[in-house]
Design a protein around this ligand. Structure first.
Ligand SMILES: *Cc1c(COP(=O)(O)O)cnc(C)c1O
Length: 354
């Protein structure tokens, strides 16, 4: 690995930062002034560059439009009170990106392109990273198949791109979920453990149906029996029964979330009993009936931790009582403090952007 990657930079002559209301951001709606682009051509990654954020010119026959050969990552940059900028566990995103690439028959990207591309772009966009608890610059690396051919086969050419979007404090409101009885997010042997773009497209319809019934999200169950809980929307899901924090094990149909992994580590180190095992819908309902189900929350980069206040399954509805010192509150605080350099980081999860 050579660590003198040359990234050409073409600066945007006109920043739009002054037109952005940073106190009033909708998630993922505004993009910064630049993007990182690297092309995979003739078996090699070529021409890493930073250019003004702009539309792509891609042929309509590009394979990504026909066969959905597309993957992505989601991560955040944080600024502390001394204006230092940090990424959170970026190497984990890098490893997962290449895992997704492999599953979608796409070329793996060298670590230096992924990491140095992120660092260079975030450094250039440093004004877009605001300090303050809950504020961040959301980073979206992705890869698309660009071969101009509609025969159904993996592409030979790809584009790797990173775009960034300023993110404000996330206010989820009350979240009630429907536990899936018919639809699934992912199946055994499928692509559920990859961050494949198509996984999201496939979730939209069942999610819209649930929203029409007044729920904000779906808790996905296993595709074979629909008896075991897997994820909540596009987040991993945790349950607190008594004082024990439970989540489902990673498999080829559950995404290996970096927030999930961090929460498990923090919980264990705080002395919270954790169990990683299959959790049946019946167990959750029984615990809700006898008062032992204290909390449900989703975990993912965008919202960090998103508490769920109620759920329905087989026409039976359950509400959770608000509790003091919830695990969701304690763990979110701990994790966001580490992210923002407001707490010690014995795990070395923070990576300073040079
Ligand atoms: C991205 C994602 C998550 C959360 O992963 P993080 O690394 O914590 O952001 C969980 N589930 C699904 C399906 C995802 O795509």
């Amino acid at each position: 690995m050579h660590n003198n990657l040359v990234i050409s930079v073409n600066k945007n002559p006109q920043s739009k930062i002054d037109s952005v209301d940073f106190g009033n951001l909708n998630f993922g709606a505004i993009f910064s002034d630049h993007m990182f682009v690297c092309d995979y051509l003739e078996g090699q990654w070529r021409h890493p560059k930073i250019v003004p954020y702009q539309p792509l010119s891609v042929d309509p026959s590009s394979r990504v439009f026909h066969y959905g050969q597309a993957i992505f990552e989601g991560m955040k940059a944080f600024k502390d009170e001394q204006d230092q900028i940090f990424l959170f566990r970026p190497e984990d995103n890098f490893v997962r990106f290449n895992k997704s690439a492999k599953r979608l028959a796409m070329p793996e990207i060298p670590k230096e392109i992924f990491i140095e591309g992120l660092n260079a772009l975030v450094r250039l966009e440093e004004q877009w990273v605001k300090s303050g608890m809950g504020l961040s610059l959301y980073l979206r690396p992705f890869m698309i198949a660009t071969d101009t051919a509609i025969s159904a086969a993996p592409s030979n050419n790809y584009k790797f791109i990173i775009i960034t979007s300023p993110a404000g404090v996330y206010y989820p409101g009350e979240v009630r979920v429907l536990i899936a009885e018919k639809f699934s997010r992912a199946a055994d042997g499928g692509v559920g453990s990859a961050k494949a773009a198509g996984n999201y497209a496939a979730q939209f319809y069942p999610t819209v149906l649930a929203q029409q019934r007044g729920f904000q999200q779906v808790i996905w169950t296993d595709s074979n029996s629909h008896q075991f809980v897997e994820e909540a929307g596009t987040m991993n899901v945790f349950f607190r029964i008594g004082d024990t924090l439970l989540t489902a094990p990673i498999s080829d149909h559950i995404l290996d979330g970096i927030t999930r992994r961090s929460i498990l580590q923090l919980a264990e180190d705080m002395g919270i009993p954790t169990e990683v095992r299959r959790i049946s819908v019946e167990e959750i309902k029984a615990a809700a009936r006898n008062g032992q189900l204290k909390e449900i929350f989703g975990a993912g980069t965008a919202a960090v931790i998103n508490p769920i206040c109620g759920f329905e399954h087989a026409n039976e509805a359950f509400e959770l009582k608000m509790i003091e010192n919830s695990y969701a509150t304690i763990l979110k605080k701990k994790l966001t403090h580490i992210q923002h350099n407001c707490a010690e980081d014995p795990y070395q999860w923070r990576q300073l952007v040079p």
